[in-house]
Design a protein around this ligand. Structure first.
Ligand code: GUN
Length: 305
């Protein structure tokens, strides 16, 4: 990957567009090399179980993308597509089966789950060694202590792109917009570990734009279409847009991020587009985590409780 020294850009120059799709392609190729070596040594490929409950169209697209990526990365995928009225007990019993299946090294339960199922109970039932989402409380705790084994895929993908742009992140001021368990909180922990000065802002933050304007690194994961524009961005900042929002513009459906791209690109030094930025990296990082989980499990280095 090419490293561009984005903070050197003059203000008002058009931002470098960070090509997450190309970055993900490179990462998938690296994973495929590792997966081939794993198969040669162990006689079977790393295996990923993907569980979807119900037929939410967006979730179906995500699951299909994950299975296609697995194939391209030399990872076996095992889909479990369950009816929306699947009970919590039935789902927990499937998780138990997958925990004990030696062909399965990673378990991904697509979120959100239907309302009658307790999401945190399901996440806690996954073997932490197979928790390729990094959502199990054990993996969350290890990340908080700076001893992470499996890191949530979206923040991991964001971090890889940031390091590619900036090299050492030490001393940079990072502001994260959004405090979710999936992105905001793990992103904060990762950037803290990279010696950034980290602030999380959210819906109740006072003068959110002013906080954002202090950021050398701005990661936006608030789930609101085009919520952040140029007025919240420091000239020369790196902007990572995690949002994927389906909107309608001029009567046509359109995917937009949480950042107003056309406004932000006039101020930022570099920015991830939507689509083609964080999204592909999230899926590629899932493959990276599956390979890492497989190697750790088979060499007995996995987290055990
Ligand atoms: N739904 C939205 N993002 C994610 C993710 O990263 N993992 C899972 N399992 N479900 C999601």
């Amino acid at each position: 990957m090419t490293v561009t020294h984005a903070l050197d850009n003059a203000p008002n120059a058009q931002a470098t567009i960070i090509d997450g799709k190309a970055f993900a392609e490179t990462l998938r190729k690296d994973v495929a090399i590792g997966a081939r070596a794993f198969r040669e040594k162990r006689g079977r490929a790393p295996g990923l179980a993907v569980v979807l409950v119900g037929s939410d169209p967006a979730s179906q697209v995500y699951v299909r993308t994950k299975m296609k990526n697995a194939l391209e990365s030399g990872i076996d995928s095992f889909p479990h597509l369950l009816e929306r009225d699947t009970s919590e007990t039935q789902l927990l019993s499937l998780i138990d089966k997958l925990n004990n299946d030696r062909y399965v090294h990673g378990i991904l339960v697509q979120l959100p789950l239907p309302e009658h199922i307790d999401e945190s109970k399901v996440i806690a039932a996954i073997d932490p060694a197979k928790d390729v989402d990094g959502f199990h409380p054990v993996n969350v705790g290890l990340l908080g202590q700076g001893r992470a084994k499996l890191i949530p895929c979206t923040p991991l993908g964001c971090l890889m792109m940031l390091k590619d742009q900036l090299g050492d992140l030490g001393g940079k001021k990072a502001v994260i917009v959004g405090r979710s368990n999936i992105v905001g909180k793990p992103m904060a922990n990762l950037l803290l570990q990279e010696n950034c000065t980290v602030t999380i802002v959210h819906s109740r933050t006072r003068d959110l734009n002013n906080e954002c304007r202090q950021a050398d690194i701005l990661v936006v994961a608030i789930g609101r279409a085009e919520f952040i524009d140029a007025t919240a961005i420091k000239p020369g900042a790196i902007v990572v847009d995690v949002g994927i929002n389906r909107v309608e513009k001029n009567g046509a459906p359109l995917l937009v991020g949480d950042v107003d791209f056309n406004s932000a690109r006039n101020v930022a030094a570099a920015i991830t587009p939507v689509p083609g930025g964080v999204g592909p990296m999230t899926v590629a990082c899932l493959m990276k985590n599956t390979l890492a989980a497989a190697e750790a499990i088979e060499s007995d280095a996995a987290v055990r409780f």
